[in-house]
Write a protein that binds this ligand. Structure first.
Ligand SMILES: NC(=O)c1ccc[n+]([C@@H]2O[C@H](COP(=O)([O-])OP(=O)(O)OC[C@H]3O[C@@H](n4cnc5c(N)ncnc54)[C@H](OP(=O)(O)O)[C@@H]3O)[C@@H](O)[C@H]2O)c1
Length: 319
């Protein structure tokens, strides 16, 4: 099969489109012919800095495609079914092997590009909003980076649950697009004082919950924009490791939480809420934002584009 591989960490240029051996499913696995690959924020971080488990290495979490072989112990999937499939590795390829409990059969009407983008973005956002916190009608939520994958999912899920959603982005274009999907107040973090604006918008109180998949220097500002007794769901660090002052958690009686969705994808409760989310996306209740699509053969260009600031949603590749 063809795949985008790399042999060392680095910029997008380390990716090379090559012929490699086809993967073979074990007894408890399924083989997928990939139709669409979502480039996740985590894929970029892996390529940049995570040690390679082996070389050459095929990075990548999230895909959609068709089941073309099942291991002898697999009973809940069959050849020919179209699925969205998550794995710790191997999305940037024509074929991949995954666990059945990391697959969701696609509802009718859901295309592969959208389906590939659903599990990580919407699963992470849902877990932060409703499982790690209890967002409901009247809650106030601040989403950092509304145009990223986790960001656009969190804005929609929170708004549909009746929360007031404040969000940050790097351009008016992003904030206007997200307003159409439920964002109430948009803040441009390249030009505005985020903490001051959030406090102004909440009569000096701060928000109930921060959803922060971006990290970097802004995280400390977000802590200070959280109300006393509020929660900060810290999910990722696209902008780098945050430097935080834990005293501001203590003095504000605030809780900071983190989790790794990849460790709990297989659990019945995550599988259940993601099954519901796939249905909602297929029905048009939730939107997947795809900024641009590239051929897998141009994976280096696709990663380069995905690393640019100001994107609106996911970058997708097709084998
Ligand atoms: N804990 C978990 O289970 C979990 C699950 C999913 C993702 N994550 C993590 O969450 C993070 C976001 O993932 P994602 O898939 O949503 O990523 P994404 O789609 O690439 O979005 C990243 C966002 O970060 C913003 N950003 C701000 N400063 C940035 C900078 N210096 N460099 C790059 N981006 C910057 C970008 O917006 P602008 O460019 O417009 O500023 C963009 O909205 C990643 O670190 C990922 O590993 C964690």
């Amino acid at each position: 099969m063809k795949a985008a591989v790399y042999r060392e960490n680095g910029g997008p240029e380390v990716l090379s489109y090559e012929e490699v051996a086809d993967p073979v499913p074990g007894a408890d696995e399924v083989l997928i012919r990939v139709e669409a690959i979502s480039i996740e924020g985590g894929d970029l971080l892996s390529r940049q800095r995570l040690p390679l488990p082996h070389s050459p290495y095929i990075v990548g979490y999230s895909t959609a495609g068709t089941v073309i072989a099942v291991g002898e112990h697999v009973t809940d999937l069959r050849v020919g079914q179209r699925v969205s499939a998550f794995g710790e590795t191997g999305s940037h390829a024509e074929l991949r092997v995954v666990r059945p409990d990391h697959c969701w059969v696609l509802p009718d009407g859901l295309d592969a590009a959208a389906a590939a983008c659903v599990p990580v973005a919407f699963g992470t956002a849902y877990e932060a909003l409703f499982e790690q916190a209890a967002v409901t009608t009247g809650s106030t939520v601040l989403v950092q980076g509304v145009a990223g994958g986790v960001g656009f999912a969190a804005v929609q899920l929170a708004a549909k649950a009746g929360a007031r959603v404040i969000g940050t982005g790097s351009s008016r274009r992003q904030l206007d697009a997200l307003r159409r999907l439920g964002l109430h107040d948009g803040i441009d973090y390249t030009t505005e004082d985020v903490r001051r604006r959030v406090l102004d918008l909440t009569d000096g109180v701060g928000v109930d919950l921060v959803v922060d998949p971006v990290g970097g220097p802004m995280t400390q500002e977000l802590i200070l924009a959280t109300r006393e007794g509020g929660t900060i769901a810290f999910l990722g660090f696209s902008a780098g490791q945050p430097l935080i002052d834990p005293v501001t958690l203590v003095m504000g009686d605030r809780t900071m939480k983190g989790f790794m969705l990849s460790k709990i994808f297989h659990t019945p409760r995550v599988r259940a809420y993601l099954t519901d989310i796939f249905r909602r996306v297929a029905d048009g209740d939730l939107d997947v934002l795809v900024d641009r699509t590239f051929p897998l053969a141009d994976a280096a260009d696709a990663h380069r584009y995905a690393e640019q600031r100001g994107r609106l949603g996911r970058v997708v590749m097709t084998p």
